[in-house]
Design a protein around this ligand. Sequence first.
Ligand code: ADP
Ligand code: MG
Length: 621
Amino acid sequence: MTQTVEQETFTFQTEVGQLLEIVAGSLYSNREVFLRELVSNASDACDKLRYGALTDASLSSEDALEITLSNDPKKKTLSISDNGIGMTHADLLATLGTIAKSGTGAFIEALKAEEKDKPGLIGQFGVGFYSAFMVATRVDVVTRKAGKAEAWLWSSDGKGEFSIAPAERAHSGTTVTLHLKKDAKEFAEEARIRHIIKTYSEHISFPVKLGDDTLNAAEALWTRPAKDISEEQYTEFYRHTSHAYDAPWHVMHNRVEGTLNHTSLLFVPSTQPFDLFESERKSHVNLYVNRVFISETTKDLIPAFLRFLRGVVDSEDLSLNVSREMLQTDPQLAKIKASITKKVLSELKKKANKVPEEYATFWGNFGSVLKEGLVEDAALRDRILEICRFASTGVGDLIGLADYVARMKEGQEAIYYIAGDDATQVAQSPHLEGFKAKGVEVLLLADHVDEFWLQHIPDFDGKPFKSITRGAADLDQVQSDDMPEAEDMEAEANLSALIAAIKAELGEAVKDVRPSKRLTDSPVCLIADDGDMDVNLERLLKRHGQLQHGAPRVLELNPSHPIITKLADCAKEEATSGDDLLKDAAHLLLDQARIVEGEIPTDPPEFARRLAAVMARAFSK
Ligand code: ADP
Ligand code: MG
């Protein structure tokens, strides 16, 4: 036969091969979801053809777009057929032999490692078309691209190879036929099929037919009133439109009537999508015009800082002829974008206020993305700031800025924060001691975006943001019961000789040496001087090669720490003021302050030598 002669055989991309092995071998209790995946793909194909026909009349057809199932319990086959866009030979190679999804490599590694939790992980990641191999020993795909005459048969047993051969198909579209495994023959039974479609595909906009029966409502879900939609239907629709496998954290279904009518059905996922931090910062909300699918991902509809959103926006007031390229400049679309953005921010605000614990989960997933908006959209800054949450030294897990301001101590002028890259390290920083002692709350910022927006936003509610690792600690005005002022002054006066000695010894290595108001337990800490760049920002810039050398820092001494008081006494006695001990101690104090911040001593061998010398002296007494 000529067909076999023309048949070509290909090897699956390595990742697909690995994935298929896992899929075929897994005892996935929920394997009926394969049908959801195949119907979902058929629906996508119909959407694509409808869009294609808008701009290319030759693609439009008399036939209504639909998905047809046919089953044969005796032969143990099930096929899913659509009259959508279809695939060319090249499409087949590009889509049904490779896997384009980002994060696949990491996912496969995770699957290999996590023997036990395979089903959970598969469910979370989703394997789309390949899930057919959970139930089939062989999958045949006959497909013909709209506008093309030739058709192709793709076929595979899911064991490393697939073949493509020329085929016949009367109309454009795709038919996926599953030759079911023995233990999966239930999926060729009508009752089972009806039930699965009801469960997972009720929301599909195109008719899903079995014989003459249409199994679903076959109308766009978002056009139905919210009260008629169940939570399960929303969840399945979310999974279909976003190619996701979790359940939505929040559903927002709104209809806006007025100058620009539009309906939006938007979802906030409950887990981070794989591409959240890719540099493209793509948004993934589908745009429909009067129920016709226009574009899959567009920045012109959803701002990048809300790119975690999934779902659809449909407007009957946009032109159907709007091409994907023209979207960028469409003023109508810009208005819809603005309206949706405000709506989403206000819904998030409600969540933040009403269910703070749930909001904390959202914040953990998407807070750092949302904070990009603080810099990117000055007009929305205040709305975004309202829903930002931060860790702090105060009670409770996360705090909003309004609550912070409400909790400020009498006499406190600024919103204090400390920034760094490690949450634990930041929370243990010696700089916090004085603030804790006075009961002054400090925000603990360990997200690298924080440093970025802080450069652009000087204050909240008229209160400046102030880093506690930079400039003088203006804790004096803050009311407090402990720390008698007089004693303080006296202790400071005691330090003058020591300060002079340390300055002389450290020279250029420090900008200044001062008594500290922010330390209670630690002997020393380093801070950036008032006019200089904050410590964490400097560290960030250095790491990214944008800064060669930082400015020298100010070394602060705790006037009431025993090491410091002893050293101060030494420095006052003229006989010992030139002593090596004092010199070594000066360097050791500086290095100690560096180490606490996660830096290394300025000169590690010298550090070790000095430490040994000081210890030797201590033990020889
Ligand atoms: P996803 O749907 O998330 O893209 P799948 O594994 O489900 O991933 O499908 C892979 C790709 O195969 C689809 O993106 C599409 O390009 C193609 N495809 C699958 N089924 C069909 C179909 N019925 N008609 C046209 N293309 C299809
Ligand atoms: Mg799919």
